[in-house]
Ligand binder design. Structure first.
Ligand code: ADP
Ligand code: GLC
Length: 487
């Protein structure tokens, strides 16, 4: 089974969120199960300069406003996964975020940039760019790669089946309708049955309308996005594709996230030897200037600071958290108002709240390892990876019952604790009071060391490895490829 994964970011080269973690790990898990997987990535500097052993596959020539585009094939550093790179300097050789200029605004030519990514994917799938390797399945991730599905649909002889994974429906790749002429698609594609979305051009719709199968990153999110509340205006489109949609939970890269081997931690630890976790907590407190108070549970947040993540609820719950004697360590970046509010909270509560504005992988590991509990009060959460990392590191997740959070954390009710199945604290409403009540329960649990230790051990025993998820994707690919061949 030959599978081409198409995405705009990949850990550890380019990462703005969990998408990169998934694209870094899932192909490796599929390869371990025998699939022949390649990646297709845009030639952003952090990719084009770092992918190893690149050889030219073909010159594509002028495309989407770039005077030249060259397709190269190399291998990912560390994982050795084969990766096609689109070297189109005019469109991709830019410092900073893959999506935004340094002033925070979207790159004005994102329609061309990500149309090129989809266009190259579709032509690889049609066997036109690399005759030596033609995929059976083209798997596109999020709106950045979604145009691949429209280009394949525009070219019926293509044998490859298409899978589109929605990692986050809130980011849709919307462009002015006038950009449609840049795409080189027949005019029938600019209709409500195609890419048109309330008068605009939607790349997300290219995936939702034209992929043979749609997946999203948790079973609960798969049902949520078919509703008005979570559908971001696309719930009708999604309901129309109900039979093509499934939810497959993300996994954890067990090499990158493993407290027993993590090279960035001051001490390593495992389920049967938790002493190292106490060392991590002490070191973290020292590093962040937090008081060394054995009775104080340390809550952590590692997150993009956006309204999705519900961190305004954390701000509102802070007085109660402090009143219960707990501490907070937050690391994140995003909306300036949230950055400022958390920075101020830390200034007003030295020794009890520590805030680091910024994005740093090594910090994230130290924080997750050193904390007792992790707050993820999201308004919506397609899967969520930080709660999975927290589980592996014995850091109790405190999460809202939504999306992938609902699918991965078992609430510590009295009954669940008695049956030894509890792995965290789950609350319902997106309100400060609901979060506060969950924090209260976590603080009470922390005050009972035998209970807390049981929760930690049960959390660390959870198996969210990629193996199971990769198997589900593998089955989906096989069914799809068979159906395509029979058609
Ligand atoms: P999302 O993709 O919506 O941001 P996920 O939980 O799926 O949420 O993934 C977030 C990923 O980004 C995790 O790997 C998390 O550790 C990482 N991350 C988020 N914020 C930061 C930060 N400030 N520094 C380092 N890593 C971060
Ligand atoms: C998105 C979602 C997050 C998910 C990640 C990887 O960024 O917000 O919930 O875990 O994609 O699929």
């Amino acid at each position: 089974m030959k599978v081409l994964h198409v995405a705009a970011e990949i850990f550890p080269l380019v990462k703005t969120g969990g998408l990169a973690d998934v694209v870094g790990a899932l192909p490796q898990a599929l390869i371990a199960q025998g699939a022949d997987v390649r990646l297709l990535l845009p030639g952003l500097p952090a990719i084009a300069d770092v992918v190893l052993h690149q050889k030219t596959v073909c010159e594509i020539g002028p495309a989407f406003g770039a005077a030249r585009a060259t397709l190269r094939l190399g291998r990912m550093p560390h994982s050795d996964v084969p990766a096609y790179v689109i070297d189109a300097p005019y469109l991709f050789r830019r410092a900073g975020s893959p999506y935004q200029a340094s002033d925070g605004g979207e790159w004005p030519d994102n329609a061309q940039r990500f149309a090129l990514l989809g266009w190259v994917a579709a032509h690889l799938a049609a066997g036109e760019l690399d005759t030596g390797w033609v995929p059976d399945v083209l798997h596109a991730h999020d709106w950045h790669a979604a145009m691949a599905c429209a280009y394949v649909a525009a070219h019926p002889p293509t044998v490859a089946a298409t899978v589109f994974t929605v990692h986050n429906l809130a980011f849709q790749g919307l462009f002015p309708p006038g950009d449609f002429h840049l795409l080189g698609l027949p005019s029938r594609f600019m209709a409500s049955q195609g890419l048109e979305f309330h008068g605009q051009l939607s790349f997300m719709k290219a995936g939702l309308k034209f992929a043979d199968r749609i997946t999203t990153v948790s079973p609960t999110y798969a049902t949520e996005i078919a509703t008005h509340e979570f559908g971001c205006g696309l719930d009708g489109v999604i309901r129309g594709r109900a039979t093509a949609l499934t939810g497959i939970l993300n996994g954890v890269d067990g090499v990158v996230w493993n407290p027993q081997t993590d090279p960035g931690l001051p001490a390593r630890y495992g389920r049967d030897d938790l002493a190292g976790k106490a060392v991590c907590k002490q070191a973290l407190r020292q590093e962040l200037g937090l008081q060394a108070n054995a009775a104080a549970p340390l809550f952590a947040v590692v997150s993009r600071l956006t309204s999705q993540k519900g961190l305004d609820l954390v701000l509102a719950a802070l007085p109660a958290l402090l009143a219960r004697g707990a501490q907070l360590a937050l690391q994140g970046s995003g909306e300036p108002a949230l950055e400022a509010a958390f920075t101020k909270a830390a200034q007003l509560n030295p020794g009890r709240i520590a805030v680091r504005i910024g994005y740093d992988e090594a910090w994230a590991h130290r924080l997750i390892a050193g904390a007792d509990a992790m707050l993820v009060p999201s308004r919506f959460e397609p899967c969520g990876l930080t709660q999975l990392y927290a589980l592996r590191y014995g850091t109790m997740p405190v999460v809202r019952r939504v999306g992938g959070l609902a699918d991965t954390v078992v609430d510590a009710t009295d009954d669940a604790v008695r049956r030894d199945v509890a792995t965290g604290f789950v609350f319902e409403g997106a309100t400060p009071a609901a979060l506060q009540a969950a924090i209260d329960r976590a603080v009470s649990g922390f005050a009972q060391p035998p209970v807390w230790r049981q929760l930690m051990k049960r959390a660390m025993a959870q198996d969210f490895s990629w193996e199971g998820s990769a198997r589900e994707y593998g089955q989906l690919y096989s069914k799809l490829a068979d159906a395509k061949r029979m058609a």
